[in-house]
Ligand binder design. Structure first.
Ligand SMILES: *[C@@H]1O[C@H](CO)[C@@H](O)[C@H](O)[C@H]1NC(C)=O
Ligand SMILES: *[C@@H]1O[C@H](CO)[C@@H](O)[C@H](O)[C@H]1NC(C)=O
Ligand SMILES: *[C@@H]1O[C@H](CO)[C@@H](O)[C@H](O)[C@H]1NC(C)=O
Length: 365
């Protein structure tokens, strides 16, 4: 089966020297390993492909340019001025609250819930920002303003019934016809507290319309305008320190010469994510030049083969006893990162800087 073979080619490429079975079971194990290093429990199956926020596209394009040219810190998210190698747009899973509330007559109430368990324990959260984006611009409000009150929920509430002791006001803002169509709130500390098991009760959002000429007489003329529809998401920047090593300059291996030779060296390999059935969840790139190491490590091991002392001795022994001792392996000794944009198991869009994806140099080990 073509897919299995390709899968193995993808995941076992770096260990061609050690014999391995090419079978489906092995391919599944390799795939799981790769996915878990991206913090994924299984291959994501996005139920609806949420549109990619334009900011993430911009960041992805910028990082792609950077990996191939400059030396800037790959683990700095300059858009927010914080350290991180993962940027997630976490979808809001809360729903409208239909239970009536005396204090909030004729207003729209919504529960906001962001599942923070998509962050792995090892990740350090460096920034979280709530974005409330109105789907229409606010000009249609005409003679109305609407107020946005955001509360942190402190404990479970049955059917959304609100007791003031069970929530805490985080933000109160009035938006008129000329206002910006989005509201940003720094929720770094709150999002960190949500990571503790059983501590995330989410937030409540209350939106209420008032007529400009009736600021004191609330609820008058409310029907003539509408509370704009809203899209909420939480941008979370985090750092997985295990996947963020110091910058290594990418060599010219991107453009490997196609010279025929049996000696150990990087070979050109383009991995198309379609070939491994990952096109549904990897948004970009569609594939990339991964390369691989292949070739002999013959006696005498020349300097250009970057052999270790051990490899040099092993080649020597091999030259005396070819059957009993194998040649050293031709393996990657320098790899470089790429950036990937994908959907995780919860349909969130994630931008991740991912180490050791491209073989730049090979050596005999
Ligand atoms: C949050 O997501 C995890 C998997 O990432 C899932 O196991 C869990 O049930 C989710 N929690 C809620 C409240 O949806
Ligand atoms: C966001 O809040 C955190 C914690 O309160 C603070 O350290 C950080 O400077 C704030 N970031 C921005 C961009 O305001
Ligand atoms: C060995 O390393 C040098 C530089 O460190 C590099 O130019 C060369 O391509 C490497 N050899 C192989 C076989 O990759």
């Amino acid at each position: 089966m073509m897919v299995c073979v390709t899968l193995n080619v993808l995941f076992l490429m770096l260990s061609l020297c050690s014999p391995s079975f090419i079978n489906t079971e092995n391919a599944n194990v390799q795939e799981k390993l790769f996915l878990s290093s991206m913090g994924l429990s299984s291959r994501p199956k996005p139920s609806h492909q949420a549109p990619v926020p334009s900011l993430l596209w911009k960041m992805f394009k910028k990082s792609t340019k950077q990996t191939s040219t400059s030396h800037s810190d790959p683990c700095l998210v300059s858009e927010y001025g914080v350290r991180g190698n993962i940027v997630r747009f976490i979808q809001d899973q809360g729903s409208l609250i239909s239970a009536p509330a005396v204090h909030c007559f004729n207003c729209v109430r919504k529960h906001l819930f962001f599942n923070m368990s998509v962050l792995e324990d090892v990740e350090q959260l460096s920034f979280a920002q709530l974005e409330m984006k109105f789907k229409q611009d606010l000009a249609h409000l005409g003679q109305h303003v609407f107020s946005v009150d955001l509360y942190r929920v402190l404990r479970t509430m049955l059917k959304g019934v609100t007791h003031e002791s069970s929530r805490k006001l985080l933000l109160s803002q009035s938006l008129g016809p000329g206002a910006h169509a989005s509201v940003l709130v720094n929720l770094t500390d709150l999002a960190e507290s949500w990571r503790k098991p059983g501590k995330n009760y989410g937030m409540q959002l209350e939106m209420q319309l008032t007529h400009l000429s009736n600021m004191l007489q609330e609820h008058a003329y409310v029907k003539s305008a509408q509370i704009p529809e809203l899209h909420t998401s939480l941008v979370v920047v985090s750092l997985n320190p295990l996947q963020c090593r110091s910058r290594r300059k990418r060599s010219a291996a991107y453009y490997l010469p196609v010279t025929p030779s049996n000696v150990c060296k990087p070979r050109r390999l383009y991995i198309d994510f379609k070939d491994v059935g990952w096109q549904d969840w990897i948004i970009a790139p569609q594939g990339y030049l991964a390369n691989y190491c292949h070739g002999e490590c013959p006696f005498p091991l020349s300097e250009s083969l970057n052999g270790t002392n051990h490899a040099i001795l092993q080649t020597l022994v091999h030259s005396f006893d070819p059957k009993g001792t194998p040649q050293p392996c031709c393996v990657p000794i320098k790899l470089s990162p790429i950036s990937m944009l994908y959907y995780d198991n919860n349909d969130n869009v994630v931008l991740r800087h991912y180490e050791d994806m491209v073989v730049d140099e090979c050596g005999c080990r």
